[in-house]
Design a protein around this ligand. Structure first.
Ligand SMILES: *[C@@H]1O[C@H](CO)[C@@H](O)[C@H](O)[C@H]1NC(C)=O
Length: 134
């Protein structure tokens, strides 16, 4: 019970901060552009790494405790999935993947479609995780 609540709360917290980011209108002119691609790609890869480090223990716990689709963990994973993949979760009509693509477009630091591809990988992982709930 305690583990489940803690995990549900941590996903909820992550989703709340993603939503806050998504609600910000994209005004690229107001941001100091990071012109160093080494810094940009390192930060992006660190972000993906921490996302994986966040999801992996949840997957492990789910294999052990087998929570159902009635659980708050399931509900919050659904929210996380929607924030990453859907435009309908926020007032800016932009998925988190689309926001990342927009943010990184100017810099030209990434290979074609890399941000999209890696974002889709995260969503697929979350989808697999969601499928583990009976
Ligand atoms: C980019 O940043 C890295 C790490 O701070 C630094 O080693 C490198 O010299 C910088 N490159 C340019 C072109 O400024």
């Amino acid at each position: 019970m305690r583990v489940r609540q803690t995990i549900a709360a941590s996903i909820h917290l992550l989703c709340s901060s993603l939503l806050t980011e998504l609600e910000k209108p994209l005004d690229l002119t107001s941001q100091a552009p990071e012109r160093n691609c080494t810094v940009t790609t390192t930060q992006y890869h660190a972000f993906l790494y921490s996302t994986a480090n966040f999801l992996f223990p949840i997957q492990e716990r789910q294999m052990r405790y087998r929570w159902t689709s009635q659980s708050a963990v399931f509900k919050n994973l659904g929210w996380l999935q929607a924030l990453w993949a859907s435009r309908k979760t926020n007032s800016q009509d932009r998925s988190f993947i689309e926001q990342q693509i927009e943010l990184y477009k100017e810099g030209g630091c990434f290979k074609k479609n890399e941000v999209l591809r890696r974002g889709v990988e995260v969503v697929e992982w979350v989808n697999d995780l969601i499928d583990m709930f009976a």
